[in-house]
Design a protein around this ligand. Sequence first.
Ligand SMILES: [Zn+2]
Length: 129
Amino acid sequence: MIEHSGGCHCGQVHYTVHAPALLSVHECNCSICTKAGYLHLLVPRDRFRLLAGEGALVDYTFNTGTAHHWFCGTCGIKSFYVPRSHPDGISVNARCLDEDTIEGMTITPIDGRNWEQQYPAGRAKNYPA
Ligand SMILES: [Zn+2]
């Protein structure tokens, strides 16, 4: 595990996250992830630290309201959020991480469009290694 840093486009939202240098990320085909081009780095909440920008975040919810799609109210970028699959954790947008600590990414598809088949228990059981 190493420390990566990342944030939104305008720089108000800034955070660190602990993860391997070779990232295991998920690409989801649901309605909002497709439009955003989001790449999920899913981590327990204690591996994420918001350093700045809490006041800049806007919360967007839809459907079950479980996920909190926080985005920066100035630049509009969703650099992390609370995902429906891991409501006690954080999904960091791997596209919003600073590149200098990243050795590579393994991208695995998630069929979020068919949520009930992808997550029969209603949510994911654990976090990717
Ligand atoms: Zn911003």
